[in-house]
Design a protein around this ligand. Sequence first.
Ligand code: C2E
Ligand code: MG
Ligand code: MG
Ligand code: MG
Length: 277
Amino acid sequence: LAKKNREQHCMYYMQEMEDKTLWRLGMIRQLRTDFSENRLELWYQPQLSLETGKVIGAEALLRWRTADGAFISPEIFIPLAEYSGLIIEIGDWVINQACLQITTLEEQGFDQVSISVNVSIPQFRRSNFVDNIIETTKAHKVQASKLELEITENILMDEPQVVIDSLLKLKEQGISIALDDFGTGYSSLSYLQKLPFDRLKVDRSFVNDITQPGQSLIADTIINLGKQMNLKVIAEGVEDLAQEAHLKEQGCHEVQGYYYAKPMPEQDFLAFLQKNK
Ligand code: C2E
Ligand code: MG
Ligand code: MG
Ligand code: MG
């Protein structure tokens, strides 16, 4: 009986694996089609200075709207895009869109507003990644410092020296680098000192319970670490006034979160800037 049970379990397990694989392949096929039919959009979430209350930038976030109008979360499709390699083409498109957006912002007189884009590890591994970005900013004639790349610390897991060299080259050109989701991945603090970062992003999970008694230690420590290292510190996922007050008290420089604005389409973002001038 035990053997039979085991076999049964094994079959369920294999069935589940197969279902998951088929689902994944189907989604990747749909993503490829929808990308080629322009159904990916780049939305913008404002980032504000805590000192002045002014919008200093925005994070560009991908949205996938399928043909039937439903949105599929980036938490679901980004891993699939990475797994399939599609992230390379999509990532190029994102950087291009971001540069177009920077130009639009300059034309409309918002010349203090920068745009941050998320960069996945497979994009970074490509040998011509750095040159491509530099070329793109030049082709669009945008000021390199208006473009920020958000990378996660996991990028340092395989060949740290290669990564450090790439970052230094980007930095040399004036492109800004932010360390995203800081504290949630795997990296050694010693690398922090070797890397040319401009900003540290405090992960939403640490900001989330910042106002619970005794729960702010990690966020506070990250903010302090960033300040000691002369980095700008931005908190993501700020949802209420109490969180903002705590962040201010700790001397966090910048904020991003639903409390200020959710990610929004380009036109709404431009209207938001007008209104908050
Ligand atoms: P991330 O880079 O950490 O982006 C922040 C996420 O937090 C976004 O989710 C944003 O909508 C969400 N968020 C911002 N403020 C709040 C808040 O106050 N409360 C809550 N609950 N959430 C908030 P989103 O847009 O679903 O993106 C998820 C992740 O997908 C991003 O995390 C990023 O890792 C990835 N992603 C998005 N766009 C791109 C892209 O163009 N390229 C790459 N490689 N990854 C991307
Ligand atoms: Mg990000
Ligand atoms: Mg983040
Ligand atoms: Mg995050």
